[in-house]
Design a binder for this molecule. Structure first.
Ligand code: GAR
Length: 195
């Protein structure tokens, strides 16, 4: 039996597309559902076009009660028997209680070379600091924001006159290669542990 993967998005979903496409016949996992925290996320249509079931859990609707948002999220993940969660541009912070429900089963891609630049505006901060390199990291999600064990990273050079936008596009291309690789290794490891 293949491992069921949920991909959580809030926006464009370009990483989600790469993850879905990477899960071919030989892959130990399959994309069981794409869940968006926004009803207007462009990634939703991309997932539908790829034939992956989609769900919207509208964070705006649950604005005043994050716990209810997470309850709904957990119910949906259980409905799809999800075994691995990939956060891919999912812009909601998850509570310790939620994370404990899926201990060591949640991956996130972050657009910086962690532990540098947790949180937002990572590219602007790297340029501002005159860093020679930037990049992306895939890490396990723990209650510490962007602070879980790093599984893999990819680097890009920051050129003279680099803008936030040009750096973001370069890093995104690296994300598209890195995240599917990490998901494949991670799924294989889980498979081995289960045997
Ligand atoms: C990606 O760059 C991802 O690393 C970042 O959002 C973008 C989503 O793009 N994630 C975060 O900043 C999470 N803190 P995508 O929707 O096209 O995959």
């Amino acid at each position: 039996m293949k491992l069921a993967v949920a991909i959580l998005i809030s926006g464009s979903g370009s990483n989600m597309v790469k993850l879905v496409k990477s899960m071919d016949d030989e892959h130990p996992a399959f994309p069981s559902v794409v869940i968006s925290s926004r009803s207007d996320a462009p990634g939703l249509k991309k997932a539908q076009d790829l034939g992956v079931p989609t769900e919207v859990i509208d964070a705006h609707y649950f604005k005043k009660n994050h716990l209810d948002f997470e309850k709904e999220l957990i119910q949906t993940l259980k409905f799809y028997n999800v075994e691995i969660i990939c956060l891919a541009g999912f812009m909601k912070i998850l509570s310790k209680k939620f994370i404990d429900n899926f201990r060591d089963r949640i991956l996130n891609i972050h657009p910086s070379l962690l532990p540098k630049y947790r949180g937002l505006n990572t590219h602007a901060r790297a340029i501002e600091a005159n860093d020679p390199i930037a990049g992306c990291s895939v890490h396990l999600v723990t209650p510490e924001l962007d602070g879980g064990p790093i599984l893999a990273q990819s680097e890009v050079l920051i050129k003279k006159n680099e803008t936030e936008k040009s750096l973001a596009s370069k890093v995104l291309l690296e994300e598209h290669v890195l995240y599917p690789k990490v998901l494949l290794n991670f799924s294989n490891q889980i498979r081995k542990k289960e045997l």
